[in-house]
Structure formats: C-alpha cells, structure tokens
Design a protein around this ligand. Structure first.
Ligand code: ZN
Length: 276
C-alpha cells in the first residue's frame, strides 16, 4: 500500500469539494497548497470555456484525474436518449480538451413516471454501448461510477460494483470503473468485486459516511469524520495495481461548502496524509 503521509502527488481535489470556486480559483488554490491534481465538474470547465480551460490546466501543469461527469442515459423517448448521447459525446470531447484521465459516468435513474427498472438498466447499457465508439476513437476511457442504492430512482440505477463489473464484462474495452467509497463502502461483496474489477478501476474517490446522514446527496463527510474504513478499501484497490489519485469529493451543503475553500483544501491535505 502506498505511503501518502509525505507526498501530495496522489491527492486530487474534486471541484465539488470547493464548490464556491471557479476553475481559475481551483487551479490557483491547488497551486498555492502544493496540490498537483484536480477533478473538475463540467460546469466550471464550461463556464471557463473548454479550450481556455485546457490551456489554464496545462499551463499550471496540473493532472486531471477525471472529468465529472457524463451519463444519465435513460429517457422516456427516443429524442431524450438521443439528446443524452449527444451530451455525452460533448463530455468526452471536453475530457479530451482538458487532458482528463477518464470521463466519469453515472447511470441515470428511472425516466419520469416509469417503474421499469430493468428497462432503465437496459437503457444504461445501450447508452454506454452507443457512446463507446466515440470514446474509443478519442482515446478517452469511460468510468462508470456505481452510486449508492438510495439514488436508484433519480440519479443512477447502477448501484453496485458487481453491476459495474458486469457492464465492463459485457461492453469491453474502453469502459472502466470510478470507485467512490461513499457509494460502495456498505457492500458485503466489496472485497470480491474490487478484486474482480482489477485494472478496470481507473479513478478513486474518497470522502466519508456521516452518522447520522442528514441529506441523501449533500451531506458527505471529510475523510476521517465518518465510519468508512478508508485504509482498508484503499488497500484492496491498490492491491489491484491501482496507481492513480485519491480524489477528495465532498458534497456538503451544511458544513464544508460554508467554509473558506482555502481552509477546506488544507484540511483535505491533512486528511489525505493521515487517514485516506
Ligand atoms: Zn464520486
């Protein structure tokens, strides 16, 4: 297992963690804090302008562990599915423009009014299959991120690492996995599925599970503040050969988003070195 206690080279800051910052502020803030990798969301990249964002990141010599995110495939009609595919192709192009190591995908949930979960699963599989030729041609790996089952209806109906592994088995080259501890820590099958995933894990997200959790989306904890055995999960992930970043991704409307982003970065650094 890698020693993170001295080297910040493996720390990436997800832009969701410092939501108040623009891309420019994130780049500057990371430079000031000695952090060499970021994981931006599409909104701040688009706000800056895609080409300008690529130049800004290259000039700062920052690594981009992933671009968050594409996906959201299921729709109630063909036009909706087509629009989703078009948007995902743009997301691939944006990931290429900023030099991201992969594009994170979340599945999407049930179309409005639908109770057809199996149909949604099929739409996700078909959506990724339709996107893969564009991603392969662009040499941009796709990383499906299984989300916690509480999100199955409205955000993502791929909820276990086993399901993500099945999709990789079925769809083949060009599709990997984004493993986010928040979404998978509870799964009794996790050790087996991480071993099964092997080299497919191409990006790794950390935060913590707070007790109690006050919001289904926006109450993630800083690593070390909750109940996830972060060291144990990282050990399993690194045993597969994972050599990428640990991307701190925290949605926290009531706590971390209210603090000074520069202070949040400092705490991310400390926790990266001591508990991740
Ligand atoms: Zn994540």
């Amino acid at each position: 297992m890698r020693d993170l206690s001295h080297d910040l080279g493996l720390l990436a800051i997800n832009s969701a963690t410092v939501k108040a910052w623009s891309l420019e502020q994130l780049v500057e803030g990371c430079a000031r804090a000695g952090i060499s990798a970021i994981a931006p969301w599409r909104d701040i990249v688009q706000a800056h302008g895609i080409d300008k964002a690529g130049k800004l990141i290259r000039d700062a010599r920052l690594d981009v562990s992933c671009l968050c995110r594409g996906g959201m495939f299921p729709a109630s009609d063909e036009a909706g599915r087509h629009a989703a595919l078009d948007d995902n192709k743009r997301a691939v192009d944006e990931a290429v423009a900023i030099g991201a190591r992969c594009l994170v995908l979340i599945a999407g949930g049930l179309p409005k009014g639908s109770k057809d979960l199996a149909g949604a699963h099929a739409q996700v599989r078909d959506g990724i299959a339709a996107l893969l030729p564009h991603a392969r041609a662009a040499n941009m790996p796709l990383a499906i991120e299984p989300l916690h089952p509480m999100t199955a209806a409205d955000r993502a109906c791929v909820n276990t690492l086993a399901h993500a592994n099945d999709l990789c088995d079925e769809l083949g080259q060009g599709l990997g996995i984004a493993l986010d501890v928040y979404h998978v820590w509870w799964d009794p099958d996790l050790p087996r599925q991480i071993a099964r995933a092997g080299k497919r894990i191409i990006t790794y997200h950390v935060c913590d599970w707070l007790v109690p959790t006050r919001d289904l989306v926006f109450d993630r904890g800083m690593p070390g503040d909750g109940v996830i055995d972060l060291r144990a999960i990282r050990a399993m992930v690194e045993a597969t050969g994972y050599a990428g970043h640990c991307d701190v991704e925290i949605f926290s409307a009531q706590d971390w988003w209210k603090r000074d982003p520069a202070e949040v970065l400092q705490i991310c650094v400390e926790r990266h070195q001591s508990v991740v």
